[in-house]
Design a binder for this molecule. Structure first.
Ligand code: MSP
Length: 520
């Protein structure tokens, strides 16, 4: 049995429609899943919707709907959107589903019985946006720094998850496993949270039903429902088939979380300690990405710049857009999305670099070789690394290392360095001249063969990030069916499997050039 690779997106709040920020997290998870599935790992991707808590109850009330009906609607839109734009899901968890509710209750009962939960009185300032009590330092001019709204003073009896007693343990884990939270800046942030314990404490995991009844009832006190984060994090277990699916243990041993930096604290602090309380191992990694702004501004509904993935699909095609966001955001850092930059990248990398290589190579094969990939000179393979810089055969291994470190922006860039190198090689060898003279035809055949072999490698390396494009290139090379579904990019066959004789189809341009945006 191959090792399992289990990747999660955060489950999205069912209070608003998906936008490109939410889609980015998914594009990363989907690319990781496809990359590892292609390498033969038993891969499982989970996403879903986070449907309990005040945020959802408030949004539902504004629409005059019962929370469940409201969540049904939004959750269905998330599902349909991911389907529509080609992001694939193995299990979509809704936190209102019976198996998830059962898991949350069973876990609450167990950790309660094991002494991890304690009832206390609590007074503080509560932010509904964050769904938590705030500390002084979370406030700016008396307002929640994230939501710019005034928190409400609240006093209530609450059940606390006794998290603080494990801060020392967690600190040691973060020190012993330097890549548990990546990139490193977020590990440092988590360590800083632990150092400054005044900002943390035990975690209130209950809400009195008198105030909020939209949640999972505490199994040991029917007057309370469970705090939404405690409920939501458990979706990662539900999604992996906890507790009875025969594949659960293997999946959990291969768990990788992808999250945005705004939800570092629940993932880096609450979740490891919750898992310890349950007697489960920690995930392998938590991968943290930065935040997108649009044309320099925070994305928000009121600014009208919270682009939906479906709008993006109509404007650019989702796949080109997906390439742009994966490429433009250095994983872990914030990035700004500008329309002009999107158009520029699509034109430069997709239309000119990749699209042009496909069309000019296949054009010559169609016109001068009866549409079949010609036989190269016997030494073609030896020439690859000497004539096409920078060392094309090493690109796959380089990408394996980049993907292991989740440097997605670097990995996608590597593919386009390869297409750039193949284009330069094509220019230098000028096959359009050599092919016309029988004395030099073999020179041109070698060039065309090498470009086709290079394009096959490009297609397989690109497939995890641009699945339809990768498939389309393989189809045009006439090798789709011959390419085994599992093809480890380190397999020498990526370059070496014979290609001569394959029937190609030039087709229409892969990526039409987009009009540059005219200044207003
Ligand atoms: N429901 C919680 C997660 C619970 S996980 C157990 C939540 N949901 S969310 O809908 O608000 O956010 C989901 C993801 O979208 C997060 O990873 C968040 O970082 C990401 N993004 C939302 N807006 C974003 C940007 N503007 N830019 C990048 N990612 C952003 O948090």
């Amino acid at each position: 049995m191959s090792r399992a690779y289990y990747v999660t997106t955060p489950i999205y709040y069912a209070n608003a429609d998906p936008h490109i920020g939410s889609a980015y997290t998914f594009c990363v998870a989907d690319s990781l899943a496809r990359w590892h599935r292609q390498a033969g790992l038993d891969t499982w991707l989970v996403t879903g919707t986070d449907e309990h808590g005040e945020k959802i109850a408030e949004a539902a009330a504004q629409r005059g709907l019962a929370p469940k009906l409201f969540a049904d609607e939004i959750s269905a839109r998330f599902r349909a959107t991911w389907d529509e734009v080609g992001l694939s899901v193995d299990r979509f968890v809704r936190t209102t589903e019976p198996d998830h509710v059962r898991n949350v209750k069973a876990i609450l009962s167990k950790v309660h019985a094991d002494g991890w939960i304690e009832k206390r009185d609590y007074e503080g300032l509560y932010c509904v946006g964050c769904e938590r009590f705030l500390m002084e330092r979370d406030l700016v001019n008396g307002l929640c720094a994230d939501h710019e709204r005034a928190p409400e003073p609240r006093s209530e009896s609450s059940y606390f998850f006794r998290m603080s007693r494990e801060f020392g343990w967690l600190r040691r884990i973060l020190e012993e496993r330097p890549d548990f939270i990546r990139p490193e800046r977020y590990r440092n942030e988590a360590l800083a949270m632990l150092r400054d314990e005044s900002g943390l404490g035990d975690l209130s995991i209950s809400r009195p039903k008198a105030r909020l009844d939209w949640g999972i009832e505490l199994p040991f006190d029917p007057d309370y429902v469970c705090y939404v984060w405690f409920d939501a994090l458990i979706s990662y277990l539900t999604g992996a088939g906890y507790p009875d699916d025969p594949k659960f243990a293997a999946r959990w041993a291969g768990a990788e979380h992808v999250i945005g930096k705004d939800i570092l604290k629940p993932h880096a602090i609450f979740w490891p300690i919750m898992l310890k309380a349950m007697g489960l191992d920690l995930p392998r990694h938590i991968h943290v990405h930065g935040y997108w702004t649009v044309e320099g501004k925070k994305m928000s509904k009121s600014l009208g710049n919270a682009l939906s993935p479906l709008e993006v699909q109509t404007r650019y095609g989702f796949e080109p857009f997906r390439y742009v966001v994966l490429r433009e955001m250095s994983f872990g850092l914030d990035a700004d999305l500008r329309e002009a930059a999107i158009v520029e990248r699509i034109n430069a990398d997709l239309a000119n670099n990749l699209g042009n290589l496909v069309s000019r190579t296949l054009n010559l094969v169609e016109r001068f070789c009866d549409g079949r990939i010609p036989e190269p000179a016997p030494d073609w393979r030896a020439l690859v690394d000497t004539e096409i810089g920078p060392e094309p055969s090493s690109v796959p291994q380089q990408m394996v290392e980049q993907m292991d470190r989740v440097e997605i922006h670097r990995a996608v860039a590597s593919v386009f360095e390869l297409t750039g190198a193949l284009n330069r090689y094509f220019d230098q060898r000028a096959p359009w001249k050599a092919i016309k003279d029988p004395a030099t035809a073999i020179h041109a055949h070698t060039t065309l063969y090498t470009c086709c072999a290079g394009l096959r490698a490009v297609a397989v390396l690109l497939r995890p990030f641009m699945p339809k494009t990768g498939e389309e290139i393989l189809t045009r090379l006439g090798v789709a069916a011959a390419t085994p579904p599992v093809l480890d990019v380190r397999d020498p066959a990526l370059w070496d499997a014979p290609l001569a004789g394959s029937r190609v189809t030039k087709g229409t341009p892969l990526f039409p050039r987009l009009e540059a945006i005219k200044p207003e």
